[in-house]
Design a protein around this ligand. Structure first.
Ligand code: AMP
Length: 172
């Protein structure tokens, strides 16, 4: 199956000039969803990993089955104000303005090898901020895992200083 054919292009979302890669048709197609999770599972099998860190919200959808499949703990990285217990926060630059993500203070342990997962790698700003959360907790970034990578935004170059980058589907 070619997942590239299932991912839908939505022009001008969330603002004019952005071509949004919509993965909801993958979730609504059980064969495609199974194929996506199996592909990510294969990529993860080559990565040393003690814990997965999934980025809100589509990262949760792919992180959860992988965590169950490998018997790994799953940490949630969320937008500011969503996590109930004490958190650590990182603020990072967007094209316009800033965003803040958080993780619970006790989500990561010193020395742990953490793989960060999200649905899509664009500029890499969000994943780099998640890597900072991991490092500030004393854990190690073992790598990054994405269903989709937008090559032309060069997020990979930004992340590779933090750890190896793996993606299942790439758009040039
Ligand atoms: P970035 O921090 O630029 O790598 O953006 C990554 C986050 O924004 C991911 O959680 C994606 O879900 C979302 N995102 C950014 N750009 C796009 C796009 N063109 N299509 C779909 N999702 C995107």
């Amino acid at each position: 199956m070619d997942l590239r054919q299932v991912i839908r292009d939505v022009p001008d979302f969330p603002k004019p000039g952005i071509l949004f890669k919509d993965i909801t048709p993958v979730l609504e197609n059980p064969a495609a969803f199974a194929n996506a999770v199996a592909g990510l599972r294969d990529l993860l099998s080559g990565m040393p990993c003690d814990r997965l860190a999934a980025i809100e919200s589509r990262g949760f959808v792919f992180g959860a089955p992988l965590a169950l499949s490998y018997g790994l703990p799953l940490a949630l990285v969320r937008k500011q104000g969503k996590l109930p217990a004490a958190t650590r926060a990182v603020t990072y630059a967007l094209e316009y303005g800033t965003a803040t993500i958080e993780a619970h203070l006790d989500s990561f342990r010193a020395g742990e090898r953490v793989v960060i997962i999200d649905d899509l790698l664009a500029t890499g700003g969000t994943a780099a901020a998640a890597a900072q959360l991991v490092r500030e907790a004393g854990a190690t970034v073992a790598g990054f895992l994405f269903l989709v990578e937008l090559d032309f935004l060069q997020g990979r170059a930004r992340l590779e200083a933090d750890g190896p980058v793996f993606s299942l589907v790439r758009f040039a």
